[in-house]
Ligand binder design. Structure first.
Ligand code: DAH
Length: 340
């Protein structure tokens, strides 16, 4: 009687296992039949009432049924696992022939690029690259450069004054003073850096821009030396021979002082909007170092002299790339920066 029940149970359960459509359905069958409170467990509990002979034969059948059902469950479960794995592999399939996503490498800011080029050039000519603080003493920014107290350059409108009497340097020229004191003569130095002016900002004016200062001090330095270095500098920047002219210019720290103009690179001389129809573009103020400046730098003007120049790096970048709005340079705008 019990044998028959067991046999039927085994058969129907095997059919249910085969028919299970999901892992959950399979698990439900397992719990119902083979679980701790399942049908088989109930049967083995009832065996207490049987004779020892019946116990032995039913027990055998029970074990056999259990084993074969477990095997059927395991293999069905393995089939589910294999199907799940292959579905996952299908969904994770990669098309290795697809083009890779574009990675855009960063680039140096055009100002940094031009600064590095000029540094390389001057280092190859025996110059040292010096750095100075952006917050400067009034003395280094003005007095030591022979700029008297009543000079308009000190005007409240141009200079950012700090409450402690220091200034945001208005030019890189104070690094001349630091260079002379630190290194003494003979001296060949350049000093690139950020400078600040209290300006109304518009397409051609910024409160913050970049300059590159240069100074050479030696014996019997002449305007010819100055011109040689300036022409070398400009040739390296514009990658061609440039025609220059000197006009007198006034800067308290040089005597004589000059404005060095280059022949307009856009029109080559006849005149165009870029050079305001003059054929020349003002680019490089320079001159022979004023003896007062040497003296304040701790150098004897009877023994030494030199030249100095102040290159507007921001202006130069704008000319090189025909950038018509100075504000773009500090905008951080990637549409602008990606072009360099
Ligand atoms: N410091 C001046 C300025 O910012 C530029 C300059 C002019 C620097 C003549 C020099 C120089 O070294 O000799 O306007």
């Amino acid at each position: 009687m019990l044998e028959k029940t067991l046999q039927e149970l085994a058969q129907s359960t095997e059919a249910r296992i085969a028919a299970a459509e999901t892992p959950d359905a399979l698990e439900a069958v397992r719990v119902e039949v083979l679980g701790r409170k399942g049908t088989l467990a109930g049967i083995s509990k009832d065996m207490g009432k049987l004779t020892p002979e019946q116990k032995a034969s039913i027990g055998k059948l029970l074990n056999a049924a259990k084993q074969s059902l477990e095997a059927a469950l395991d293999s069905k479960k393995a089939a589910f696992d294999a199907a799940a794995l292959s579905a996952r592999l299908d969904s994770e399939w990669l098309d290795l022939t697809l083009p890779a996503p574009q990675v855009k490498p960063g680039s140096l800011h055009p100002l940094t690029q031009i600064q590095q080029e000029i540094e390389d050039l001057f280092v190859s000519l025996g110059f040292t690259v010096l750095d100075g603080p952006e917050v400067e003493t009034e003395y280094n920014n003005f007095d030591a450069l022979n700029i008297p107290a009543d000079h308009p350059a000190r005007d409240m409108q141009d200079t950012f004054w700090l409450q402690n009497g220091h200034v945001l340097r208005t030019h890189t020229s104070p690094v001349q003073v630091r260079g002379m004191r630190k290194l003494g003569p003979p001296l060949r130095m350049i000093a690139p850096g950020r400078v600040f002016r209290n300006e109304e900002v518009d397409p051609s004016h910024e409160h913050t821009f970049y300059q590159l200062e240069g100074m050479m001090i030696d014996k019997d330095v002449s305007v010819a030396h100055l011109l040689y270095f300036m022409k070398t500098l400009l040739g390296a920047i514009f990658k061609r021979e440039v025609t220059v002219r000197l006009r007198p210019g006034f800067f308290p720290f040089v005597e004589p002082g000059f404005e060095l103009d280059i022949q307009c690179l856009i029109c080559g001389g006849p005149g165009c909007p870029v050079c305001k129809h003059s054929g020349w573009v003002e680019l490089l103020p320079c001159g022979l170092v004023n003896p007062n400046v040497l003296r304040m730098g701790g150098i004897d003007p009877e023994k030494w002299n030199g030249f100095a120049f102040g290159l507007g790096l921001t202006r130069l970048v704008m000319m090189r790339y025909a950038i018509d709005d100075i504000r773009l340079l500090q905008s951080g705008d990637l549409r602008f920066l990606n072009q360099f």
